[in-house]
Each structure stands twice: as C-alpha cells, then as structure tokens.
Ligand binder design. Structure first.
Ligand code: FES
Length: 185
C-alpha cells in the first residue's frame, strides 16, 4: 500500500514580524479576522510592491480564512498587484469620458514612449502600464493615476512629460542609493 505523505507549511515564515504585527493590529480592530483581508493585502504590497502567491497564502493562514476567499478580495481591488510591477504603475483610465476626450492618443503616446503594452513593465523596471475603470475625474478627462497621484486633462505631450519627470526621479533615487551603499562599503 502506498503511503501518502502530507506536509503542513507554516506560512508565517513568509511574513516579517513587522508585517505580522501590522496585520494583527488591523485584525484586532475588526469584528472578524477575515475582515482585515484587504488591509493585510495593502500592508504586504506597501512593503513588497506586490502580493505573491506565498504572501497571499500566508495572510490567509494568519487571518484563518480560505485563501480562495482572499484571492477574490485581491482580484476585486484592481490596486492590489498579483504580479511583480515596476516602481511606478500607470493606471490609465479607459472609461467612457476619457475615451471621448482623447484616451486613444494618450495610450498610443505612452505605449510608443515606453515601448510596452498593457500589463507589461519596462525593461528598466520603472513603469508598468495598466488600464483602469473610471478614476472619478470625468469632468477633467482624460486621466491617469500613478503612485496615488491623479493626473487630469492629459494631452499626449503632458502625459510624456509626467513620465519623463518620474523617470528622472527614479534615476536620481537609484543613483543616491548606489552612492550610499558604496559609501558604506
Ligand atoms: S471616465 Fe475617465 S475619469 Fe471618469
């Protein structure tokens, strides 16, 4: 007779003490532990930039909820990233008002400038491009959101200017970090 071996994985190994403590705090102020699911996902994303499968299972384990249920929560919120993303995620609104106000031109300009399509990340890891439902600025369409900042009344030129500024910021931050780590060597 074959012996089937089962392994129990302790997913708490996949979370840091700091993350566990922040998630426990959220759970402590909710009526049910699983109600802290979305906040827990945000905490992990804040620390790691995205939510991997391992992290999601670890959160579900910690909150004593089915991982499928937490996956549903993560899928519902389009600001939770389930794949590795770039330093800046461009959420370009593709809803009706933006479509009527020049969305196609903005999208074409961004795609040509970054050489990526929806769902892709630039080779330098700086930008990921995603579509987004209405960002709530229909009277100032077309719009996009990057790093919680809303940009409105975009033109192809202004969109590229914004990306150029952010790229410079990313390069400056990287240079500073490199200099800092060299100084510590
Ligand atoms: S349709 Fe784009 S902000 Fe509302």
């Amino acid at each position: 007779m074959d012996i089937i071996k089962t392994t129990t994985i302790d997913f708490s190994h996949y979370l840091t003490e700091q993350e566990i403590s922040a998630i426990e705090h959220e759970a402590s102020i909710m009526e049910y532990r699983e109600a802290a699911g979305i906040e827990a996902l945000k905490i992990i994303q804040e620390h790691r930039g995205w939510v991997s499968d391992d992290s999601l299972y670890a959160i579900a384990d910690l909150l004593q909820m089915p991982s499928a249920q937490l996956e549903e929560v993560a899928t519902f919120y389009n600001l939770i990233y389930r794949q590795k993303v770039g330093q800046y995620v461009i959420h370009l609104c593709d809803s009706i008002s933006c479509h009527l106000q020049g969305y196609d031109e903005i999208l074409a300009a961004i795609k040509a400038h970054l050489n990526i399509d929806y769902g892709q990340t630039t080779n330098d890891g700086v930008f990921t491009l995603l579509s987004n439902v209405c960002l709530g600025g229909c009277d100032k369409a077309p719009t996009m959101m990057i790093a919680k900042q809303h940009y409105q009344q975009l033109t192809p030129e202004s969109a590229i200017d914004i990306l150029t500024t952010l790229k410079e910021k990313a390069v400056t931050a990287k240079t500073k970090k490199t200099k800092g780590s060299n100084a510590n060597d």
